[in-house]
Design a binder for this molecule. Structure first.
Ligand code: GLC
Length: 530
């Protein structure tokens, strides 16, 4: 795979479809809405769009509970809307990546209806059914990721079924070859329609321990944490046989040219990189969430970059993520000023960056009133701060009521700052965060050093994180001040050049010689002279 492959050079943008643009006034975003906003994505400069699930779903987990892998949920539109969207995206040179949710279906999926109808149904073994433990309780101690036991008793057939998430999301049995074939056919259905790749939901969960052994207790567990942390997930996920499945998915994609396989994987680095597969036969991009999980601190981030670069197998391509629909927004985590520095980091690291919609307009911490809570996880385990609603609020397009997102009542409240902080206003402001994102993406597109170039560490002390990106004779220094006090970065004698971009957008072309000074919360990209 050459370094010019689109998913290596390009920038991916994640859309949470319920919250991007509503076109019919029901308060929920839809496919026609996304189509209306494609020109915005082109103006932002991204290369590919990943859309969270749009399949037929009862929406118990907002689309991550699929009832038909080859259907579009009416909330989002019709298959015709989908075809129009993909055509319009491709006409603009944008790639379209779909979410694929293979670990579990909805309990309303016809496969599950058959499976639960009797113990002898041919689809019984498509899901994970087990007898109760001798005491009548669940077969083992596995916990649902959303709290409570992961086993649900089925009165009619007298067995438990396994669900790693909600009880409305029964896990498929990926050891069954018929399940695999049915799911690969679903992939082909979308690939035939022109989809450019998939982000595969919880891919490390697909295979469970063949003996369903109990998970060991986690001694570090605190009751303030989500219940899933009571046990170490040693037997319920990340089993060696999962790599066979990932490899099979990869081969399905390879029946088509230039498609990308992205895996959602929350594992420590050394486990994460195994998902590139033996001889790179696995996921092209096992999502790297380490920036989300690492403290906002120069030394730790620099160590993380080094460790990650060192851990990636030969020929494997890195990637970086700052936010998604399951994680607190970057602006909420580190504040508005540092969110700009984070944007510069994300867009100047080696590897494919994935942006989360709304981060480019600086959406920050959004309070969700109790009576507006939507997230089923928050409803299951209230009060622990687990809600994912704050990162799923609607996009702000203009200064009109509901930010131009909907003419109706939005399904989640907007960030109250939407009246000033919206695409229309920020686009006109040469110093806005949106302008910064646009310029960063454009620079990255213009200079191979910033996308595929070598990463060379320079400094990681106190609040200062600095590195070089090099390609051919081109050398950039990226200097990021992760703190709230000014700092000066001293470079080797004779290192001079000029500033290309500051996160404050006010130092273009400023020359430097031997050192660069950074204001509080400032990041800089500078071009070094030969
Ligand atoms: C993934 C999704 C998350 C969903 C869960 C269950 O982690 O990103 O939103 O709730 O899987 O499908």
């Amino acid at each position: 795979m050459p370094e010019t492959t689109w998913w290596k050079r390009g920038v991916v943008y994640q859309i949470y479809p319920r919250s991007f643009q509503d076109s019919n006034g029901d308060g929920i975003g839809d496919l026609a809405g996304i189509r209306q906003r494609l020109d915005y994505l082109v103006s932002l400069g991204v290369d590919a769009v990943w859309i969270s699930p749009i399949y037929t779903s009862p929406m118990a987990d907002f689309g991550y509970d699929v009832a038909d892998y080859c259907g579009i949920d009416p909330i989002f539109g019709t298959m015709k809307d989908f075809d129009r969207l993909i055509e319009a995206a491709h006409a603009r040179g944008l790639k379209l990546i779909l979410d694929f949710v293979p670990n579990h279906t909805s309990d309303q999926h016809p496969w599950f209806a058959e499976s639960r109808s009797s113990r002898t149904n041919p689809k019984r073994d498509w899901y994970i059914w087990r007898d109760s433990a001798p005491d009548g309780g669940p077969p083992n101690n596995w916990i649902s990721n959303f709290g409570g036991p992961a086993w649900e008793w089925d009165e009619a057939t007298g067995q438990y079924y396994y669900h790693a998430f909600l009880k409305e999301q029964p896990d498929l049995n990926w050891r069954n070859p018929e399940v695999r074939q049915a799911m690969y056919d679903a992939l082909r259905f979308w690939l035939d329609r022109g989809v450019d790749g998939f982000r595969v939901d919880v891919i490390w969960h697909l295979i469970k321990d063949a003996e369903f052994r109990d998970n060991p207790p986690n001694v570090a567990y605190q009751p303030s944490q989500a219940e899933i942390n009571r046990f170490l997930q040693v037997h319920s996920a990340d089993q060696p046989e999962v790599h066979e499945v990932v490899g099979e998915m990869r081969r399905v994609l390879e029946e088509y040219p230039e498609r990308v396989l992205i895996g959602e994987i929350y594992l420590p680095l050394e486990r994460l990189v195994t998902y590139y597969g033996q001889d790179l036969s696995g996921a092209h991009l096992p999502f790297n969430f380490q920036l989300i999980q690492t403290a906002w601190n120069a030394r730790e981030i620099a160590a993380l970059i080094d460790e990650y670069e060192a851990a990636i197998p030969d020929g494997g391509w890195p990637n970086w993520v700052l936010g998604n629909h399951d994680q607190p927004r970057i602006g909420a985590r580190i504040g508005k000023q540092q969110a700009r520095v984070a944007a510069m980091l994300l867009l100047t690291l080696r590897g494919t960056p994935t942006l989360y919609y709304g981060d480019e307009i600086g959406i920050g911490k959004v309070e969700i009133p109790e009576d507006a809570v939507q997230d089923p996880w928050e409803k299951n385990e209230p009060g622990l701060g687990l809600s994912r609603d704050p990162e799923r609020t609607p996009m702000h397009w203009d200064g009109s009521a509901q930010g131009g997102f909907t003419t109706g009542r939005p399904w989640l409240p907007l960030d109250p700052t939407f009246t000033q902080c919206h695409v229309e206003a920020l686009s006109k402001d040469p110093t806005s965060i949106l302008t910064l994102y646009r310029r960063l993406i454009a620079l990255r597109r213009q200079h191979l050093a910033l996308s595929v170039g070598r990463y060379v560490p320079v400094e990681a002390q106190g609040d200062m994180l600095a590195y070089e990106r090099r390609h051919g004779s081109e050398r950039f220094v990226v200097a990021l001040n992760l703190g709230h006090r000014p700092h000066t970065l001293v470079l080797p004698v004779g290192a001079n050049g000029h500033v290309v971009l500051s996160t404050f957008l006010d130092r273009d072309d400023e020359p430097f010689d031997g050192q660069v000074s950074l204001r509080a919360d400032e990041g800089l990209i500078a071009l070094l002279q030969d």
